[in-house]
Ligand binder design. Structure first.
Ligand code: SAH
Length: 404
């Protein structure tokens, strides 16, 4: 066996024959010997069948991440180029004059493990979240410069490629934090559009600057905004609120623990062309405490958006997360009268739709109130979920109508 080959234990190859991309350390019989991290490894089942080529990282719990499946040749620069083109082309219909902010590459879902690329107008924001993606950064930057102009629909004029790698992802791979401009000149604050709604984004901010995974959900929720007072909990830069303002909400209350996010949210609401100015209130507070306080103060809203950060980062945290989600939803429901609407989300990959529905139902039961599920939410089409990799489905939610 050559140095860049690896064999799995008996019975552990089956899920990879149906394209599951992750191999944990416990499934490996013979690891590759002193592997150059630049080289993908060829993975074999215990019976000798070739399973495919994978990135290898001995410092990560996810030891192997498949790039390609079956007996094909080792992925080379041409393979990466074609795989990147395929990812870009799958998003053609999702962009245009109305939408210029989108996820272009979604890691394992696009057969490029550890690589995230977001488009924020004319700026590309990349994250290298696996060792295998990290070592290839010069190649990816070169390929992006070459491919983006031809494969991203107009209007598009590449100004900069910037790195904003997420801290947690890199830490789990044993990689140092890494941020900065990789190519071009970064416009400080610029405008992007989503479903025709304008937003200011700061590609220099901590995160990737905009959560494109909520695109379709913002559109759906905005259909219910007309004539309603809105409370946007964990609003970030006001994604849902800007839509709600453009669609006739009567007032907006923004709640987030980040002051810069709130400041940007106010600007984003002001960008919308609204016939009559509407009152906007900001609460720079912790959502858990503030929702309880608002309920004690007997405040009322007609439509609440509740989009907290990941509350279940690990399996061990699931029980605590159940209580946290229930608590947030319970206090949100206390702010809604009969007919009130709650758009509630979880972006924890480990929390299923069924888990979230159960915890919300506990909240309604404690309050002795009936409620309906009016809509069910997932993640936007630029964050596809491979049929054989349900782990990619992290965003879920419901639109709940309080009956009494
Ligand atoms: N709804 C937003 C995205 C939300 S991201 C959109 O459509 O763009 C999660 C947000 O929760 C972040 O802005 C973060 O600042 C905020 N947040 C995290 N913990 C919080 C807490 N305890 N209280 C209030 N906001 C919190």
């Amino acid at each position: 066996m050559s140095i860049n080959q690896c064999t799995l234990l008996p019975g552990r190859g089956k899920i990879h024959k149906s394209f599951h991309p992750w191999v944990f350390s416990g499934a490996i019989a013979t690891p590759p010997i002193s592997v150059d991290p630049l080289l993908p490894v060829q993975v074999f089942d215990a019976d000798g069948t070739t399973l495919g080529w994978a990135q290898h990282n001995p410092n990560s719990k996810i030891r192997l991440r498949f790039l390609s499946f079956g007996a094909g040749p080792e992925p080379d620069q041409d393979w990466y180029k074609q795989t990147l083109v395929d990812a870009l082309e799958r998003r053609t219909e999702l962009q245009g004059t109305k939408t210029t902010v989108i996820r272009l590459v979604f890691s394992e879902s696009d057969s490029l493990p550890g690589l995230i690329i977001d488009r924020l107008g004319d700026v590309l924001v990349v994250q290298f979240l696996s060792a295998g993606a990290d070592v290839l950064r010069p190649m990816f930057i070169q390929l992006l410069r070459e491919l983006a102009p031809a494969h991203i629909p107009q209007p598009f004029d590449l100004k900069a490629i910037v790195e904003r790698s997420d801290g947690d992802g890199r830490r789990m791979e044993g990689l140092p934090l890494s941020n900065g401009v990789l190519w071009g000149t970064l416009p400080e604050v610029h405008t992007v559009r989503e479903n025709g709604i304008e937003f200011l984004v700061d590609s220099d901010s901590q995160k990737t600057g905009f959560y494109a995974d909520q695109r379709e959900n913002r559109d759906i929720v905005s259909r219910w905004a007309k004539g309603r007072s809105v409370l946007d909990v964990c609003c970030y830069t006001g994604g849902f609120s800007a839509y709600a303002a453009a669609h006739g909400a009567t007032s907006i209350t923004l709640l987030d623990s980040s002051a810069p996010a709130l400041a940007m949210a106010i600007k984003n609401i002001a960008l919308q062309s609204i016939k009559q100015e509407i009152p906007v209130e900001t609460l720079d507070k912790d959502a858990f405490r503030e929702l309880r306080k608002l309920a004690e103060d007997k405040r009322r809203y007609d439509l609440i958006i509740l989009d907290p950060p990941k509350l279940a980062p690990t399996r061990a945290s699931l029980t605590k997360a159940a209580t946290a989600y229930k608590d947030l939803n319970l206090n949100a429901m206390r702010l809604l009268g009969p007919g009130g609407l709650l758009a509630t989300f979880s972006c924890s990959g480990l929390v299923s739709s069924e888990d979230l529905r159960t915890w919300i139902s506990w909240a309604a039961k404690d309050l002795r109130r009936r409620a309906h599920i009016v809509e069910q939410f997932g993640q936007a089409a630029c964050h596809p979920v491979p049929l054989h990799f349900p782990e990619a489905h992290y965003l879920k939610g419901f639109l709940i109508r309080m009956i009494d």
